[in-house]
Design a protein around this ligand. Structure first.
Ligand code: MLT
Length: 237
């Protein structure tokens, strides 16, 4: 049977070998929810950057610049990090250069993986189906917050472990812990997360509707897949 493991923080990536795994990067609030929403709304591609300056430089090449630092839109960038910004018809066909505090850093730290895909509650079942049919063992990489573990990414990892339990077995204890946490929270994810650190941080920035949206499962059957350092849509039918 294939296996699934969960890396609870990108700072623990040195513990995992990824060359033969499909890595699912997750940053529920809000980077990977944005990426999924964007590609589901016809944006052509998203190029993720760990560095703000590298991202900014893409403007001269005709890209929209997008993302945040500490939850706030970067000065001079075209777009921030709310999924609702990526639904505009005017962005169809656009190429976006994207950088975030944690999400794009987690993608960078997953370099060397056999395959990198993007997960969120918005495409949860599509990701589960993709992994079930794939040949590779799986590692879910939780973006967390500046190296610290967070609840929402762990809950997503647990939801995946739960959905895949008849097909892919846990490799170690983190997937089992995440699965237990998800099963405890699944009937009211938003209530379970009301004291979560990033929920409070976003509330201080007056961001509320993104929370509800990012926790809504199965809005899209699109998975952002990293091909030559660019995220492009893969539709799961
Ligand atoms: C991140 O990548 O750190 C997050 O997406 C932050 C945010 O919610 O804007």
């Amino acid at each position: 049977m294939k296996t699934i493991d969960v890396c609870l923080s990108p700072d623990l990536m040195h513990l995992y070998k990824v060359h033969d795994r499909t890595v699912v990067v997750v940053d529920i609030f809000r980077a990977t929810s944005c990426m999924t929403t964007a590609l589901a709304h016809g944006i052509e591609s998203i190029t993720p950057f760990a560095s703000l300056d590298d991202c900014r430089a893409m403007k001269a090449k005709g890209y929209f610049t997008a993302g945040e630092r500490d939850g706030k839109k970067v000065d001079g960038f075209d777009l921030g990090n709310s999924p609702f910004e990526y639904m505009a018809g005017s962005l169809k066909g656009a190429k976006i250069a994207f950088t975030t505090t944690n999400g794009t850093q987690a993608i960078a730290k997953s370099a060397g993986a056999k395959e990198i895909i993007i997960g969120s509650f918005l495409n949860l079942s599509a990701v589960a189906k993709y992994l079930r049919h794939g040949d590779n063992n799986v590692l879910v990489v939780c973006a967390g917050w500046k190296g610290k573990v967070n609840l929402e990414d762990t809950l997503f990892a647990g939801a995946l472990v739960e959905l895949l339990k008849d097909h892919i077995e846990p490799d170690c204890d983190a997937p089992i812990a995440a699965q237990h946490l998800y099963n405890q929270a699944k009937n009211d994810l938003e209530g379970f997360l009301k004291n979560a650190s990033h929920v409070k941080r976003l509330a201080r920035l007056n961001v509320f509707k993104d929370i509800t949206f990012c926790l809504t499962p199965d809005q899209f059957n699109v998975i952002p897949v990293l091909k030559e350092n660019v995220l492009v849509p893969h539709v799961v039918s």
